[in-house]
Design a protein around this ligand. Structure first.
Ligand code: PLP
Length: 494
């Protein structure tokens, strides 16, 4: 200690404070009310508008400086209810189909609550939460057909799960001790391959890994937006001839634009022939593997070297939870394991369990496993598989509705649960069509009726309906169609 620093005061020591309430009974009543309100909130989700803008004066409240003085919990809760819960993003609503996210579930919310109550840190150790974490990873491993010897880790979501997989791929394929030497010591620049439909997180991953965006070669896709296998082989050969070191093929099981599933079996075969790492971005589609009617679509995923998947999508876990799986546990551990003096294992006590932080970037990690574990226990994995089939059947139904309602146009035949459509009366140019469809999308959001997003696929702008939602019913999709047609007519005429 610095000789100058004053001694802590006697008062600080002798009049201890705590964050616990003075009287637990008083918070119990409020906590019960919060649960009752939460149940009611979910029970009536269909009756409320999906979304509404946050009023200007409310936004100002969220710019206030940190409070120094206390506020009774009762009042804090009222504030949360009126200002936070009242203005949701909307993704738990039955007519939310924007981007790609799950719709949550109450059991998962209870799981998050109980996880926070126990408060365990999944950095590792000998305790039940670590066993639950391991069990959830092993369940996900089994779902995609990976062997028991594979390893994995729960992370914040798919972007980090992909980063974990690509990091192991980079280190395993570098040909040097990359952890010690760094990317500057690479004799040949590494090359990764993915389709031109690959999710943007892979760009961030190769940039973060020090390889640069150009290290990720985007390969052309076929008429169904799947990676073109001949173009992939040609790119690998071209790179070898040019002095690059091909390292990894990234297959996508469910692209974000249109839900295309690459031919994973063929990619696995090419990876073996070319001696490359095979990573599958299964954030959308890895769990097709548990859907009875659609599992065939991801045949070959079990041959990957690593897989990223996202329980906060098709398992509807409340945010956040993603999972990275690696077939070769040793390579996974070799990429991340460090053993600092303050985290040594013991043969007894809390530190006698495995250090789970050896499988990823985080040291401390939350108990996200519990929400997944509880919902899987309650419903059984088979039901989640059926819900996946249900969303895919709904997408086919929606595509039929689009075909039956000119001037709606179907841009892609849905392979899984994503439908790309637009309001396209004859004789209008692309710019005008885009303006009309963007306006349709915004009005649907602003009226709180439905949420979809937009994208551009092969230079054509369209509305995109991603049905990853266990609350959606066929009548919601019929309503969407009548709304899009009605709004389109109104906007086109104005
Ligand atoms: C959602 C998604 C990601 C990113 O996952 P996050 O959980 O949002 O981080 C990556 N790839 C695909 C194909 C996705 O759909």
């Amino acid at each position: 200690m610095d000789a100058q620093s004053p001694r802590p005061s006697e008062e600080t020591l002798m009049q201890p404070e705590t964050l616990d309430p003075a009287d637990w009974a008083s918070v119990a009543a409020l906590a019960h009310r919060i649960v009752d309100d939460a149940v009611d909130h979910l029970d009536r989700v269909r009756e409320r508008p999906l979304w509404r803008p946050v009023p200007e004066q409310l936004e100002a409240c969220f710019r206030a400086p940190p409070p120094q003085e206390p506020t009774p919990l009762e009042d804090v809760y009222r504030l949360v209810k009126d200002t936070v819960l009242a203005y949701p993003m909307g993704n738990i609503h039955p007519r939310f189909w924007s981007w790609y996210m799950g719709s949550g579930n109450f059991t998962g919310a209870l799981g998050d609550f109980l996880a926070a109550i126990q408060g365990s840190n999944l950095g590792g150790g000998h305790h039940a939460a670590a066993l639950v974490d391991r069990q959830v990873v092993s369940w996900l491993r089994d779902m995609v057909g990976f062997p028991e010897t594979a390893s994995g880790t729960l992370v914040s979501g798919g972007s980090v799960a992909n980063l974990i997989g690509l990091t192991v791929a980079r280190n395993a394929m570098a040909g040097i001790d990359l952890r010690e030497e760094g990317v500057a010591a690479l004799e040949q620049p590494l090359r990764f391959y993915a389709s031109d439909q690959v999710h943007s997180c892979h760009r961030k991953a190769v940039e973060t890994l020090g390889l640069g965006n150009r290290a990720l070669r985007r390969i052309a896709t076929d008429a169904c937006y799947r990676i073109d296998l001949a173009a992939l082989r040609a790119a690998i050969a071209e790179d070898r001839a040019a002095g690059f070191r091909p390292a990894c093929i990234i297959g996508t099981a469910g692209t974000v634009n249109s839900g295309a599933v690459d031919d994973l079996m063929a990619l696995a075969k090419i990876a073996v022939e070319e001696d490359l790492w095979f990573h599958v971005d299964g954030c959308i589609g890895a769990l097709l593997a548990i859907a009875p009617e659609n599992a065939w679509r991801v045949k070959g995923i079990e041959r990957a070297n690593s897989v990223a998947l996202d329980p906060h999508k098709w398992l509807h876990a409340p945010f956040e939870v993603g999972c990275a799986l690696v077939r070769d546990e040793a390579k996974h551990r070799e990429t991340f394991a460090v053993s600092p003096e303050y985290l040594q294992g013991m043969s007894r006590g809390i530190a006698s369990g495995p250090w789970l932080y050896e499988f990823g970037l985080q040291t401390s990690r939350g108990f996200a496993a519990l929400k997944v574990w509880m919902a899987l226990m309650e419903h059984g994995a088979a039901k989640f598989g059926r819900l996946i089939d249900q969303n895919i059947a709904q997408a086919a139904f929606l595509a039929d509705l689009v075909r039956a309602h000119p001037p709606l146009e179907l841009l892609t035949e849905p392979e899984i649960n994503i439908v790309c459509l637009r309001y396209a009366p004859e004789g209008l140019d692309e710019a005008r069509l885009k303006a009309i469809n963007v306006e349709i999308m915004l009005r649907l959001q602003e009226t709180g009726v439905a949420a979809l997003s937009d994208t551009t696929i092969r230079d054509r702008h369209c509305l995109r309906v991603a049905i990853c939602n266990h609350r959606t019913r066929p009548e919601d999709l019929s309503l969407l169609i009548s709304q899009v047609v009605g709004l389109g007519r109104e906007i086109a005429q104005s």
